[in-house]
Design a binder for this molecule. Sequence first.
Ligand SMILES: Cc1cc2nc3c(=O)[nH]c(=O)nc-3n(C[C@H](O)[C@H](O)[C@H](O)COP(=O)(O)OP(=O)(O)OC[C@H]3O[C@@H](n4cnc5c(N)ncnc54)[C@H](O)[C@@H]3O)c2cc1C
Length: 479
Amino acid sequence: MSKDFDVIVIGSGGAGLSAAISASEHGADVVILEAEPSIGGSTIRSAGVLVAAGTSVQHSLGVADSPREMYQHYMDLNQWKVLPGPVWNFCHESGPMFEWMLEMGLEVPAQHSTNAHMPGLTRGGVENNKRCHVPKGQGKGLVEVLDKRRQELGIPVRLNSRVTDLIIEDNRVHGVKLGKESIRAGAVIVASGGFARNQDLIRKYFPDALDAGTSFFAVAADGSRGDHLKFAEKHDLKVFGENWGLLLLTARFQRFHHWVSGFPPASRIYVDAQGLRCMDEDSTYAVNQGQWKAVGKTVWAVFDERARLNLPTDVEDWQPERILEEVDKGVVLKAGSLEELAGKIGVPRENLKSSVDRWNHMLPNGIDDDFRRHDTLQAKGAKLKLDAIEQGPFYAVQIVPGELVCTHTGLQINSTAQVVNSSGSLVDGLFAAGEAAGGILGERYVGAGNSVTNGLVLGKIAGTQAALSQNEPMSQVLI
Ligand SMILES: Cc1cc2nc3c(=O)[nH]c(=O)nc-3n(C[C@H](O)[C@H](O)[C@H](O)COP(=O)(O)OP(=O)(O)OC[C@H]3O[C@@H](n4cnc5c(N)ncnc54)[C@H](O)[C@@H]3O)c2cc1C
């Protein structure tokens, strides 16, 4: 059958660019089809952090690590509910992918970093080693590096070109459709990102994301419309990872990612529906969505007037005046005393009082025997002085998993990124990578860098496989 290209890549985020570059480097004639007017997807909006084990940067800093160690921890944290085959390659190919990116021009200085915005090596969540690599230029810089390589290889990108369907006959892919137009190819790589911008698909595949009600907002790119799930429904492809994704805890009134939104006051306490302190207020987003669920889905942040006045004024949400505006709207509750505040949020007065007393006894003295928040702050390198919660008026606002960053429900793949149909057979020539692929990103987001690395590693594998499959039977080209 005639074909227009060897390989079609759907989407120009990290997964798509990586896939296209690796396919081209393996001799394939490739085109990228991008739905939006510009490239980059969610990847360009991200911090660009990459998780990788056994890298030259780790080596330079004397950090001993191995893909095996990464694999064991990743699988354990996800309670082995993710797919071992793809996760094995995610871990074992993370280092080679990272070095490949350095060769392309990505800059990650060999220095220790304390957070996802300072270039270098850091710990980005609950991973058991320092393996989060923060690049210069963050997601934008990362996409620029990939795009420069794309241009060197002469890979065309067609913008404003949303793929509407796959052409699959007899369990083999033959190309894609864009409305009435058909483009034929020997292999297709679905790298169309997630579905954070599609409310219907969220309702169906990620209902937990609706827990925040009207406080829900998505920060993923506009193109995150979940077309991969439509392809799955139409062509009977297997979907993996339902009801999983990365939701960040936010106050009811927040509407922006924390870079813009700002952070809640450090001297605050999180209490549950009984008014009892229920979690480390600074626990990482890798696990705090699960903690929120575990304590019964009702969590109030309580802070005092000193904490409000100490907030910065140059952010959008967590700033002193905004808190008062939200008091006027009834979203933040304000009271002259803790007893009155307890009444307003509907918790036993003595419980809230004892929770605050215990905080005042421990945290301003640098110790949190109950939730060990001081360890969390120390691990982040944060040198915060925590104050007692004692100066009225007092404030309370509900904490919800309001911010949707990425979704984890995708086309089930095998270890080499090939898509599986609902009867368990591999579809010839069809690959998926990034958020569009299911099997690697689980219920727990182990730490910053998981999703970008997932896209780049599986994109690289998919591109290699797609290119080589043009000439050789698949069984001979597995990595
Ligand atoms: C603010 C923010 C910060 C983040 N920080 C990090 C971080 O530091 N580290 C980390 O690991 N993760 C981070 N993430 C998550 C991570 O960026 C994404 O999950 C990951 O980059 C997704 O890559 P992708 O290639 O699968 O999808 P995307 O980068 O979203 O690319 C998919 C592309 O496909 C296009 N597309 C969609 N449908 C079609 C179609 N039908 N036809 C053609 N094109 C289509 C889209 O327009 C888009 O350009 C962050 C996310 C956000 C929003």
